[in-house]
Design a protein around this ligand. Structure first.
Ligand SMILES: Cc1ncc(COP(=O)(O)O)c(C=O)c1O
Length: 369
C-alpha cells in the first residue's frame, strides 16, 4: 500500500475539474481579470455564509492581517508603536503582520489544554500602550471569544481575529471572524477553503472599515489615480475568486467530513503517551489540523512514517526563537515552547477513505514509544 499523504490536495481539487474549467472560461470570456464580477460575487457569498456585512477580497492571509491593522491605523484607532497582544504559538504570519504594520507584538502564552489564547493570560501582558488583541483560531478551533471580547471591552481594545485556519467554525452560531472588529482569512490551497493559488479576505460589520480596506488593497485609491492612502497592491485574483465560489458551496459539508474523521480518531486512538485534542462544543472546531501531543514527538513521527503515514509538525520552532525575529529572542514562554516540542499533526482531509483512517488509527495505537 502507498504512503498516506498528510494532505491529498489532488483528490480535494480534482473533483471540481469541470467546474473550474467552466469558471476559467467565464472569466476569460468576460474580458475582465482584475476586481471584476467574480471577486464581487465571492465577497457577497462569503459574507452571507459567515453572516457578516462586508467582505473584502485580498491577495493572501498575511495581507488580510496587515491591511486590517493598517485600516485601524488609517481610521485613527491606533498608531505606530502601539502594542498588539498575539498568541506566542502561531504561524509566523500573525506576528509578521503586526511588525509590518509598524506595531509591536506582545506574545501571550496559550492555554495548555486548548493551545489557544484565553482571557486568563491577557491581563499580565497588557500595558498602557496595548491597543488591540489578535486571537488566532489555531488548528480550526475558535478561541473563547466571550472572555476575550469582555476583556477587550473592559480595556477598550480592538479585536482582529486570525481565521486563516478556522473557515466555518462557529461558537453559539456565530462564525469565527464575526466576534471582533474584523476577521482575516487565508485561502492558501491547504486551508479548509483553499484556492488554486494564494488568496485572502477581511470581513467586518464596520462599513467605514470596509471602505478603507477596499482602498488600501488597491493602492489606497477609491477612484483610479486618486490615492487617499499609501496602500498595497493586494487584490484577490478574479480567477481565484471564481474557483473559491465553487468550493465555498461545499465548505460546510467538507467541515462535517473533517468532524467525522476527528470523531473517529478521538474515539479510536488510545495510547497512554499520546494526548488527543479537545473538540469543544459542536461546530467550535473545524479540524483544519488534528494535532496530538507526545513527549517523544520525533519518535512517533518516525514510527508513523515507517507505518506508511505522513505527519507534520505545526510548528517546529516557536516564533520567539526564529532567526529572523531578534526582537523576540530571550522571551520566556515555557508553555509555548513545550507545545512546539510535543505537537504532531495527523492526516485529515475531507476525502480520506475508511482504510486510510483505520491505518492512521492503528499506526498510532501500535507505537511502542
Ligand atoms: C494562523 C495563520 N495566519 C496567517 C496565515 C497567512 O496566510 P497566507 O499563507 O495566505 O498568507 C496562515 C497561513 O498560512 C496561518 O496559518
Amino acid at each position: 500500500m502507498g504512503m498516506i499523504p498528510f494532505l491529498d490536495l489532488l483528490s480535494i481539487n480534482q473533483k471540481y475539474s469541470q467546474e473550474f474549467t467552466q469558471a476559467l472560461s467565464r472569466v476569460l470570456d468576460s474580458g475582465w481579470v482584475i476586481l471584476g464580477k467574480e471577486v464581487e460575487n465571492f465577497e457577497k457569498e462569503f459574507a452571507e455564509f459567515l453572516g457578516v456585512s462586508h467582505c473584502v477580497g485580498v491577495a493572501n492571509g498575511l495581507d488580510a492581517l496587515i491591511l486590517s491593522l493598517r485600516a485601524f491605523t488609517e481610521m485613527g484607532l491606533m498608531s505606530e508603536g502601539d502594542e498588539v497582544l498575539v498568541p506566542a504559538n502561531t504561524y509566523i504570519a500573525t506576528i509578521l503582520a503586526v511588525l509590518q504594520a509598524g506595531l509591536v507584538p506582545v506574545l501571550v502564552e496559550p492555554n495548555p489544554q486548548t493551545y489557544l489564547m484565553d482571557g486568563e493570560h491577557l491581563q499580565a501582558c497588557t500595558s498602557p500602550r496595548t491597543r488591540a488583541i489578535l486571537p488566532v483560531h489555531l488548528y480550526g478551533r475558535i478561541c473563547p471569544m466571550a472572555e476575550i471580547m469582555e476583556f477587550a471591552k473592559r480595556h477598550d481594545l480592538l479585536v482582529l481575529e486570525d481565521c486563516a485556519q478556522s473557515h466555518g467554525a462557529t461558537l453559539e452560531d456565530i462564525n469565527s471572524g464575526c466576534f471582533g472588529h474584523a476577521g482575516a482569512f487565508s485561502f492558501y490551497p491547504g486551508k479548509n477553503l483553499g484556492a488554486l493559488g494564494d488568496g485572502g479576505a477581511v470581513v467586518t460589520n464596520d462599513r467605514e472599515m470596509s471602505k478603507v480596506l477596499r482602498a488600501l488593497r488597491n493602492y489606497g485609491s477609491e477612484k483610479k489615480y486618486h490615492n487617499l492612502y499609501q496602500g498595497l497592491n493586494s487584490r484577490l485574483d478574479e480567477v481565484q475568486a471564481a474557483f473559491l465560489r465553487i468550493k465555498l458551496k461545499d465548505l460546510a459539508m467538507d467541515n462535517q467530513k473533517r468532524e467525522e474523521i476527528a470523531k473517529e480518531y478521538r474515539e479510536m486512538i488510545k495510547h497512554p503517551r499520546v494526548i488527543l485534542p479537545q473538540s469543544g462544543t459542536v461546530g467550535e472546531h473545524v479540524w483544519h489540523l488534528f494535532v496530538v501531543r507526545t513527549q517523544k514527538r520525533d519518535a512517533l513521527q518516525n514510527h508513523l512514517m515507517d507505518a506508511g503515514v505522513q505527519s507534520m509538525v505545526h510548528y517546529p520552532i516557536p516564533p520567539h526563537r526564529q532567526q529572523g525575529y531578534p526582537q523576540l529572542h530571550g522571551l520566556k514562554l515555557p508553555v509555548s515552547e513545550r507545545l512546539h516540542s510535543e505537537v504532531l499533526s495527523l492526516p485529515i482531509w475531507p476525502g480520506m477513505n475508511q482504510k486510510q483512517i483505520d491505518t492512521v488509527i492503528s499506526a498510532v495505537n501500535q507505537w511502542n514509544g
